[in-house]
Unconditional design. Sequence first.
Length: 307
Amino acid sequence: MSSDRAPAFTMRQLVAFVAVAETGTISAAAERLLVSQSAVSLAVTELEKALSTQLCVRRRAHGVQLTPAGESLLARARTLLQQASEIEDEMLGSGGELAGRLAIGCYTTVGPTILPPMLSEFTDLHPRVSLEFREAMADELAERLEGGALDAVITYDLELPPTWRTATLMTRRPALVVAAGHRLAATPGPVELAAVRDEPMVLLDAAPASTHALQVCARAGFTPRIEYRSANYETVRAYVGRGLGWTIMLHQPQVNRTYGGLKIVLLPIDVPALDPVRLVIAWRPDVILSRVVREFISFATVRVPQL
């Protein structure tokens, strides 16, 4: 479109559309925007007319479902609204104060350690930023980031789409986790992983952690005998604490006790040519990052290594 021709749609229509997409219903969007339901419905209808395409399907009992065109528009609408907000802040003299909404995804196992301090400290620094963290497995994080529901994700650099851009937060090496009473628990220095090849394994069944753990075993020259599985990080630790098996983990919290109070021991692994794994913050290359997202990425790269 030529730069000297105004668009057929308005910012208010985009605001209404994004609110409907994020809340899932006309009524919830109206409540968020403090306007009537009819005003929200009319704004979305006018936006569809302006763009000559159906953006959503409205069903009274099932809320609102975005069409493929609506899904495509959502991420671009969020970016446009964020940029408009930044322009307004700068022109009104508040350009030095960060403001806006921010949705960050996080791989489930690392959330308890890094999210609480990041949330409290970033919002203390930037009180006008509405920051929301969403924890999920890697495949769900990827789906939400690609769909525009997340601005960036914090996850391990394992099986990530090659097109994603990343910034390193820290590096981790996998550790062998055993019960405090295990025969290897007091071993000084790195242990050979093959020493547990004949013992049952408890697998953290959450990709890509599960795939990586099996690859580490393969690098050590054996296929583990998986006795128990769980997608819950603390459940795996609890099984190990009970002496039901051993496991491999990248995330290594400071407290080496299970929810039940049983002690576990993390041992460095001696595996030839075993590369460390990066914990990264990742974002899509085709999205223009808002000032809020850029500031958060910079904050994360400095703060996370200290945690």
